[in-house]
Ligand binder design. Structure first.
Ligand SMILES: CSCCC(=O)/C(O)=C/O
Ligand SMILES: [Fe+2]
Length: 216
């Protein structure tokens, strides 16, 4: 009776319920989402897919540091500006520079080309520090045995990649990620690709390999 008399009203109410339900789900999932990492296959097609081995081989996030030197922190995005956790990390590690990057079709010109650059295996002479604020993506890092570990990052995940580690990045299939970047002093964004550059012989690479051998 009601739906015959006021169909638009009913429809609007259903839409409202659906969007509230969806919002609650997103909020709940963001509260309980755990960072995941796994050994991945060598297939470089469709990087935005998960690329598990068969059978899947997950890596507990607590083991990632020992295997690669990559550090992980979970931050509460509701409180991170004031709760002291991020400030503590920044102070201890002397991060003096900070900015924000949004990887999306609208924010980055020639987005497809930029994604290809991010996904080339490379290293930097400094740490790569990222705190994900929104969206999701994958940091692929080489472990001590040169195997790829894929780390899935989403809101509140902070990664510190040591200087000299070979890695690459891709957003997930939604193709969107927003992150904060930190740096000690003036940022150097230069990426030294593993193929076609002398990256293997660089001092930071040698130091990284020495630490990997001695234990991070
Ligand atoms: C999530 S930040 C985008 C990736 C990036 O900045 C980088 O340098 C990857 O190696
Ligand atoms: Fe990088």
């Amino acid at each position: 009776m009601l739906s015959i008399t006021f169909p638009p009203l009913i429809l609007n109410f259903e839409l409202l319920c659906l969007s509230v339900w969806y919002g609650l789900q997103c909020w709940f999932c963001s509260l309980i989402r755990m960072v995941r990492a796994w050994y991945m296959d060598e297939d470089t097609s469709n990087p935005q897919l998960e690329h598990h081995l068969d059978p899947a081989e997950y890596v507990p996030i607590e083991d990632v540091f020992e295997l690669s030197g990559v550090e992980y922190f979970k931050l509460n995005l509701e409180t991170y500006k004031t709760d002291g956790v991020l400030d503590g990390i920044r102070k201890e590690r002397k991060y003096s520079y900070e900015d924000e990057i949004t990887c999306s079709e609208t924010c980055i010109p020639n987005y497809a080309d930029k994604l290809k650059i991010f996904f080339e295996e490379h290293l930097h002479t400094d740490e790569e520090i990222r705190l994900v604020l929104d969206g999701a993506g994958y940091f692929d890092v080489r472990d001590k045995g040169d195997r790829w570990i894929r780390i899935e990052v989403g809101p509140g995940d902070m990664l510190i990649l040591p200087s000299g580690i070979f890695h690459r990045f891709t957003p997930d299939k939604r193709m969107y990620v927003k992150a904060k970047r930190y740096f000690i002093g003036e940022p150097v964004w230069v990426a030294h690709n593993r193929i076609g550059s002398p990256a293997e012989g660089m001092d930071c690479r040698k130091e990284y390999l020495k630490k990997a051998q001695e234990g991070f």
